[in-house]
Design a protein around this ligand. Structure first.
Ligand code: OMP
Length: 267
């Protein structure tokens, strides 16, 4: 089944478009979990237990797992999320020449969807795009301040680079498996892009710790009710000072964000 159909069903089941970002910064994992063999997995398991009823997806960012213990923690985390019926969007921002990117694309044997970087062009994304079952979120207008350095540059046609990326992503969407990544810190760009590519679902990060616009994220991020609004630190570290009770605050933060976003959803 196509990823966006599965996501549609998941959004309906939990009545939520919240993407819970699993970015377990080792320096912020509570003291009592540091003795476990895999503290990141011990942490994520408790976060998943506390938040899954509010999670449309989990979005682990690969940067927090790129070492041997990290990969083991990620494997456990993905399997556990799947056990709770929650799809996993691996935030890997990959792409490379064909021979290399074919290896990267194997990440989709584990995760249900992935973020990719369009800078190297279509062939660098082909193995991801060819996977009909998986979701492929193309970085378009990112949430960070430096996102303007390249993405806002004007082409000869007068359009900014990020709009060209959106147009290309729309062309690459032959399997109905492509979405865009557009930051909640960019509400005007969100609005423009929604008008430009009405059918592409967006992953909208930048809510919470980065101070993005939740209303714009929902109003423009969803295509026919399907899309994702991510918060990572704002959910997983909500109970940072609560010791062994840390996960309860994460559950409350996920529920609060769900309810806040639902105020702006139309269906
Ligand atoms: O691709 C992403 O998810 C992403 C794109 C972007 O433009 N901005 C952005 O913050 N992200 C990711 O979304 C998450 C945001 O984390 P918080 O700021 O803690 O909510 C991190 O994993 C970022 O890498």
């Amino acid at each position: 089944m196509n990823f966006f159909d599965r996501l549609h069903d998941r959004i309906r089941t939990v009545d939520s478009v919240v993407s819970v970002g699993l970015d377990p910064d080792p320096s912020r994992i509570p003291e009592h979990l540091q003795e476990y063999d895999l503290p990141r997995w011990a942490f994520n398991r408790r976060i998943i237990d506390a938040t899954h009823e509010h999670a449309a997806v989990y979005k682990p960012n690969a940067a927090f797992y790129e070492d041997p213990d990290g990969w083991a923690a990620l494997e456990e985390t993905i399997a556990y999320a799947h056990g709770k019926d929650v799809p996993v969007l691996l935030d890997a921002k990959r792409a490379d020449i064909g021979n290399t990117t074919r290896q990267y694309a194997q990440l989709l044997e584990r995760a249900d969807a992935i973020t990719v970087n369009p800078y190297m062009g279509r062939d660098s994304l082909q193995p991801f795009l060819a996977n009909e079952e998986a979701g492929v979120f193309v970085l378009c207008r990112t949430s960070n301040p430096g996102g303007a350095d390249i993405q806002d540059l004007e082409l000869e046609t007068g359009e900014p680079v990020y709009e060209r990326v959106a147009a290309l992503a729309d062309l690459w969407n032959e399997n109905d498996n492509v979405g865009l990544v557009v930051g909640a810190t960019q509400p005007e760009e969100l609005e423009d892009l929604r008008e430009q590519v009405p059918d592409l679902p967006f992953l909208v990060p930048g809510i919470g710790a980065q101070g993005g616009d939740a209303e714009a994220a929902v109003e423009y991020g969803l295509a026919d009710g399907v899309g994702l609004v991510n918060s990572s630190r704002g959910i997983i570290f909500a109970g940072e000072n609560d010791g062994e009770e840390f996960a309860r605050a994460s559950g409350q933060a996920a529920k609060r964000l769900k309810n806040r976003l639902n105020q702006y959803r139309e269906d």
